[in-house]
Design a protein around this ligand. Structure first.
Ligand code: IPM
Ligand code: MG
Length: 363
């Protein structure tokens, strides 16, 4: 297969981990007889520095033409000025919106050999295997009005964000969660705040309605605060969690703690053709730019490498190749390969490159 892949390394440790993701994809191409062509573009803070914009229309257009996008991370203290005209994060939000990627999949499956790295007791971690399906182009991060407003009268300053969802937006994301759950343990947990928010009451109503088309999948509803608690109290009880944009953002950082390190988790952002053979998507580790360790060659590349597996599976329909990467990562961890974030005292610590090499050696 021929595929055209855009890379958006971004800021902080983004370039370091993206480089390793590309090497893994090149390795896969050679081994399985594919031809992957890569084209690099700027996003986030580095794009602001170079062009004044976090995402240029040229970059967005290049992504639209591609088969898939591999992204590193955006942001950092350099661009944190609250009065700045634009922020690196606007590039990421613009990319998701511009490509229509309304579904963000974040699988959480701790490796048994890393149980010590989680602050939870090993018996709580045992059997954890769930996916969070986060709505990605609506809700609080996109609703209008949004911004600061200086009231002429009284000299008061207000800031407003709007949480809005339409039935169509809710239906398409919940539907995807059901399709994802069917071949798994067939359980969907829809997370909302229906005891307070009108948008959540609509969410719950549409989720219940959507469930009728999937009689073999069990749906339950959970309030987001309860869900936050249950994620650490009984994480193994979840199969597929589907939720609003900001709830999903918060819950997935919490979920990352279960596996032992933010550096381990991949994600896929998908649009309307998701789970139907081939679909354009953006693939990125969930860890962010980690400016404190940038440039030190110690970042964990596993989140990115597992993201390349999701890229192969969801955008190129290369399930076998994706499985091969996931197995290689599992074996590397099982064999004791450790980057600094998951190493115990006295264990040999691998650099970003060395960890990727160990994984490729097991491919
Ligand atoms: C994430 C990140 C982003 C988000 C930020 C960087 C805009 O936290 O992918 O979870 O909130 O979506
Ligand atoms: Mg986040």
């Amino acid at each position: 297969m021929n595929a055209h892949i855009i890379t958006l390394p971004g800021d902080g440790i983004g370039p370091e981990v993206t480089r390793e993701g590309v090497r893994v994809l090149e390795h896969i191409a050679k081994r399985f007889g594919h031809s992957f062509e890569f084209e690099e573009h700027l996003i986030g803070g580095c794009a602001i520095d170079a062009t004044g914009e976090a995402l240029t229309s040229a970059t967005l257009d290049a992504c639209k033409r591609a088969d898939a996008v591999l992204l590193g991370a955006v942001g950092g203290p350099k661009w944190d000025d609250p009065h700045a005209k634009t922020r690196p994060e606007a590039g990421l939000l613009g990319l998701r919106k511009g490509l229509g990627l309304f579904a963000n999949l974040r699988p959480v499956k701790p490796h048994p050999a890393l149980a010590y790295a989680s602050p939870l007791k090993p018996e709580k971690i045992a059997g954890v295997d769930f996916v969070v399906v986060r709505e990605l182009t609506g809700g609080l991060y996109f609703g209008k009005p949004q911004g600061r407003f200086d009231d002429a009268e009284g000299g008061k300053t207000r800031a407003v964000d709007t949480l809005e969802y339409s039935d169509v937006e809710i239906k398409r994301i919940v539907d995807l969660a059901f399709r994802l759950a069917a071949p798994r343990r067939a359980r969907v947990t829809s997370v909302d705040k229906a005891n307070v928010l009108a948008s959540s009451r609509l969410w719950r109503e549409i989720a219940t309605e959507t469930a009728r088309a999937y009689p073999n999948v069990k749906l339950d509803h959970l309030l987001v605060d309860t869900c936050a608690m249950r994620l650490v109290a009984a994480p193994a009880s979840f199969d597929v969690i589907v939720t609003e944009n900001m709830f999903g953002d918060i819950l997935t950082d919490e979920a990352a703690v279960l596996v032992g390190s933010m550096g381990l988790l991949p994600s896929a952002s998908l649009g309307s053709h998701a789970l139907k053979g081939v679909a354009m998507g953006v693939y990125e580790p969930i860890h962010g730019s980690a400016p404190d360790i940038a440039g030190k060659a110690i970042a964990n590349p596993i989140g990115t490498i597992l993201s390349t597996a999701m890229l192969l599976r969801y955008s190129l329909n290369l399930g076998q190749e994706a499985d091969a990467i996931e197995r290689a990562v599992e074996r590397a961890i099982g064999d004791g390969c450790r980057t600094a974030d998951i190493a115990r005292e006295g264990e040999r610590v691998l650099s970003t490159r060395e960890m990727a090499d160990e994984i490729m050696a097991r491919l």
